[in-house]
Ligand binder design. Structure first.
Ligand code: FES
Length: 135
């Protein structure tokens, strides 16, 4: 493999070609890019976009786990564009997780009279029967 020069977060580095941005950044300890669908034992899949980075000259953010480094490449792993993208893309997952926790807590409170509850004494069935988990 040939040696290439690139910049990560303003820091010039040398690395061998053929690696992905994620591999270079992690191997050289430059940052901790989060991953979800990436596994070092498998071919890059690049589907979750949790590992996105900004590459100068590219209009869109790219998945670092599925993008090979190139000579002269300039990469940013943290900036407001990346944070905004991650927030928007994963906000739905966060809200669903939060709702699931609240629904689970509500079920525990309704089904176990020993659990102190802040919920109304009457069941929600009177308001909307199809939504009640107790029926
Ligand atoms: S870790 Fe999922 S796209 Fe990179």
């Amino acid at each position: 493999m040939s040696t290439i020069k690139m910049t990560v977060n303003g820091q010039e580095i040398e690395t061998s070609g053929g690696q992905t941005i994620l591999e270079v950044v992690h191997d050289q300890g430059l940052d901790t890019i989060p991953t979800l669908c990436h596994s070092p034992e498998l071919k890059p899949y690049g589907s979750c976009f949790l590992c996105v980075v900004e590459v100068e000259g590219r209009p869109n953010l790219v998945p670092s786990c599925a993008t090979r480094v190139m000579d002269g490449m300039k990469v940013e792993t943290k900036n407001t564009r990346i944070k905004a993208r991650l927030l928007v893309e994963h906000l739905g997952v966060f809200i669903v997780a939060l709702l699931k926790v609240n629904v689970r807590n509500a079920r525990i409170a309704f089904n176990n009279p020993r659990v102190p509850s802040t919920f109304p004494a009457t069941c929600c069935c009177t308001a909307y029967p199809p939504a009640c988990a107790r029926l």
